[in-house]
Write a protein that binds this ligand. Structure first.
Ligand code: ADP
Ligand code: MG
Length: 194
C-alpha cells in the first residue's frame, strides 16, 4: 500500500538563520507504526512536526527543500486544509489549542470544519469521548479540567476527526506527574488498539 509518511532530503531553514534547523533528513513511517522522536531542546523536533502538517512553511515562513509525502501526495501539491484532514497535531500547551468553552463544543468545532452529517457527528463525538475516557465530562467547561484531562480532550478532538497521522509534540510537557501518567497510559492503549 501507500506509505503514510515519506520524507526525502528535507532541509529547513528559518529566515535569518545561517544554519538549517533540519538538514538532509530522510525517513518513512509505515501504517500502524508508533515513532518516538527524541532530541535536545532546539533540535528541530517541533519544526519537523510542523512541516508534516504544512504549518511550516504555509503559516510559519521557512525555506523548505526536499520532498515530503503524506499518503503518497507531495505537500507541494496540496492545500493546507487538505493536509489537516490527514495530519493532526497535539501541542504541549493544552489551553492554547482550544477555541470553545465546553468539551462537546470543542469537539464539534473541529468536526464542523469538515462538515459531517448530524448523525455522523454525534457518533464521532461519542466514540472519541469513549476512547479517551471522557464520556462523563461531555458538558464540562474546559477551563475547569486539569491539564491531563485537557490533553485527553485535545486527543479526543483529533480522534473525532479520524486523521490517519497523529503527531503529539511533547503532549505531557506541561502536566503534573499524575496528568502525564494518565495521558501516557491513554496513548499506550490507543497505540495497541488504534
Ligand atoms: P525542538 O522542538 O526540538 O525544541 P524547534 O523545532 O522548536 O526544536 O526549534 C529548532 C530551532 O529553530 C531552534 O533554534 C528555534 O529557536 C528555531 N526556531 C523555531 N521556530 C522558529 C521560527 N518560527 N523562526 C525562527 N527560528 C525558529
Ligand atoms: Mg519542540
Amino acid at each position: 500500500g501507500m506509505t503514510p509518511v515519506e520524507v526525502r532530503h528535507l532541509t529547513v531553514r528559518y529566515p535569518g538563520q545561517k544554519i538549517p534547523v533540519l538538514k538532509d533528513v530522510s525517513f518513512s513511517i509505515q501504517k500502524g507504526e508508533n515513532v518516538l522522536l527524541v532530541g535536545p531542546s532546539g533540535g528541530g523536533k517541533s519544526t519537523l512536526s510542523l512541516v508534516l502538517n504544512g504549518i511550516v512553511p504555509h503559516s510559519i515562513e521557512a525555506e523548505v527543500q526536499g520532498d515530503v509525502r503524506i499518503n503518497g501526495r507531495s505537500l507541494h501539491e496540496v492545500e493546507v486544509t487538505d493536509i489537516c484532514r490527514e495530519v493532526g497535531i497535539l501541542f504541549q500547551d493544552p489551553e492554547s489549542q482550544f477555541c470553545m468553552q465546553t468539551v462537546e463544543d470543542e469537539i464539534v468545532f473541529g468536526l464542523e470544519n469538515v462538515r459531517f452529517s448530524r448523525a455522523e457527528m454525534e457518533q464521532r463525538i461519542e466514540h472519541s469521548l469513549a476512547l479517551t475516557g471522557m464520556s462523563s465530562r461531555r458538558d464540562r467547561f474546559i477551563s475547569e479540567l486539569s491539564g491531563g484531562l485537557q490533553q485527553k480532550l485535545g486527543l479526543a478532538c483529533l480522534l473525532a476527526l479520524g486523521q490517519s497521522l497523529l503527531i503529539l509534540d511533547e503532549p505531557t510537557a506541561n502536566l503534573d506527574p499524575n496528568g502525564a501518567r494518565d495521558v501516557i497510559e491513554l496513548l499506550a492503549r490507543l497505540a495497541q488498539d488504534p
